[in-house]
Design a protein. Structure first.
Length: 230
């Protein structure tokens, strides 16, 4: 499935374990009625129809570990649904958690604050961010289904054509809706979404990819990766 083709980023460094390595969660997102869905987490994952990438991810992680990798970062939000698979295939290798790092970045928001999420169908359906946000006492908001289809259109346009005004307009309208629904900030939980955030935004946007990159750099420098947002 093109929207969440697995990506692995290899960095050769020596470092100790990190708190971002320890979090393993899977959950499900159940929508409620209304233009914005306030997500509730559940105990089991549910998935969109797609090929299972577990074998490919495990093989790639194993090869990287065998080649001497000491840190693996996965710059794909949806692939984090299979984070345990990657970690199990690369024992002893620090595998960063983009979801945990991103939620840690918005930890200063008060308990109960609403946080918007713009991500692929796969990421939203897996419930990765919803579970992590709820565990922090924050309220996740995701687009209504018809608006989610618009978002997927914008994401696919970036993949096929690059950044254009149509995609930017779609993202701006998504941000407007989430702001109006009470979101204090919005997580750009897909690699393509930050590329479409042009100019001044109606609500603060947290770039998950940039957050992961910052956490990796701090980890490589021996700084606690969870402090990257300070």
């Amino acid at each position: 499935m093109a929207e969440w083709a697995p990506q692995l980023l290899l960095i050769f460094i020596r470092n100790s374990s990190s708190p971002l390595r320890q979090r393993r969660t899977r959950t499900t997102c159940r929508s409620s009625s209304g233009p914005i869905r306030r997500c509730r987490t559940g105990p089991r994952p549910c998935w969109v129809t797609a090929p299972d990438p577990s074998t490919m991810l495990a093989e790639a992680a194993s090869r990287l570990a065998g080649a001497g990798a000491e840190l693996i970062a996965i710059p794909c939000n949806t692939a984090h649904a299979f984070l345990d698979v990657v970690r199990d295939a690369a024992p002893g290798v620090l595998v960063m958690d983009m979801i945990a790092a991103t939620v840690e970045a918005i930890a200063p928001y008060r308990e109960g604050a609403a946080v918007g999420l713009l991500a692929t169908d796969g990421t939203i359906t897996s419930g990765l961010y919803q579970h992590a946000l709820t565990a922090r006492g924050l309220t996740p908001l995701v687009p209504e289904l018809s608006h989610q289809r618009e978002l997927m259109t914008a994401i696919r346009r970036v993949k096929a054509r690059g950044v254009d005004h149509v995609g930017q307009a779609i993202i701006r309208s998504q941000l407007d809706r989430l702001r109006d629904a009470g979101a204090r900030c919005v997580i750009a939980g897909c690699t393509e979404v930050p590329l479409l955030c042009h100019g001044n935004q109606p609500v603060p946007v947290v770039d998950a990819t940039a957050t992961l990159a910052s956490a990796v750099v701090r980890e490589a420098r021996g700084v606690d990766a969870t402090s990257f947002h300070r």
